[in-house]
Write a protein of this length. Structure first.
Length: 220
């Protein structure tokens, strides 16, 4: 049976950081809708150009585009055993569509939703200090600085800051999270799969707490 884990949490909570580690440990693909949109944007595909209009304002990309993109990604062979989802679903319509995809294509359901909880003030600090490379390696100017400023420790590429990490866009993204994504907490509580995780701890402690809840789920 395939295993599907959804990492939920506000912008800057550490979903990407944790999804990368958890997916390596569980040997499941890491699917980040934000990364998929940004790849399309840098390749200037039609999807990327349209998504960019929303991303740069801190708004959600329309459900129809997002759901179709995830459906296509899940149809690839590497998802046969499941996946770690980062940044999807983000609306009730997406969550319902995802449940339907899992039921119809995998005879499966969402197994666990670690919800990474971090105060708004810390979110802004995390996002304003985030630096990343084109290959998706992520650093933080204060918390996890690269050895040489502006250069990726792992692949040597030049680091950059995301356009949507500007202060005014960050506030909009947090507002959008509270209005459109936070209702998923109740949605997954009702399915009995939501697990609250204290995201203010250091990166390895957050990973340990997520692995702890995943272990309990698998033993059920
Ligand atoms: P997306 O790329 O998903 O952005 P997000 O949800 O706003 O989250 P972030 O990627 O900014 O933060 P994160 O939680 O991954 O944190 P990270 O690990 O990097 O989406 C971008 C946009 O795409 C959306 O606004 C929307 O427009 C669109 N989109 C995406 N999915 C969509 C969907 N499903 N529907 C519609 N539209 C969609 O960590 C942040 C920083 O903190 C890093 O520098 C990291 O090094 C550091 N850090 C992480 N954890 C810790 C820790 N424990 N201690 C210290 N530092 C830490
Ligand atoms: Mg991310």
């Amino acid at each position: 049976m395939a295993t599907f884990i959804v990492l939920l949490g506000p912008p800057g909570a550490g979903k990407g950081t944790q999804a990368k580690k958890i997916s390596e440990i569980l040997k499941l693909p890491h699917i980040s809708t934000g990364d998929l949109f940004r790849e399309n944007l840098s390749d200037q595909t039609e999807l990327g150009k349209e998504a960019g209009l929303y991303i740069n304002q801190g708004l959600l990309v329309p459900d129809s585009l997002t759901i179709a993109m995830v459906k296509d990604r899940l149809s690839r062979e590497d998802c046969a055993q499941g996946a770690v989802l980062d940044g999807f679903p983000r609306t009730l319509a997406q969550a319902e569509a995802f449940d339907q995809m899992l039921r119809e294509s995998f005879d499966s359901k969402v197994d666990c939703v670690p919800c990474i909880d971090v105060d708004a003030g810390l979110l802004v600090e995390r996002l304003s200090g985030r630096w990343m490379c084109p290959n998706g390696h992520v650093f933080h100017a204060t918390f996890t600085p690269p050895k040489v400023p502006g250069v990726c420790d792992i692949c040597g590429s030049e680091l950059y800051q995301r356009d949507d990490d500007k202060a005014e866009t960050v506030s909009k993204r947090i507002e959008v999270y509270n209005a459109q994504t936070a209702p998923l907490i109740q949605y997954y509580e009702r399915q009995n799969v939501l697990k609250k995780i204290d995201g203010a701890q250091d990166i390895d402690s957050v990973t340990r707490d997520i692995l702890d809840v995943l272990e309990k789920i698998e033993r059920k």
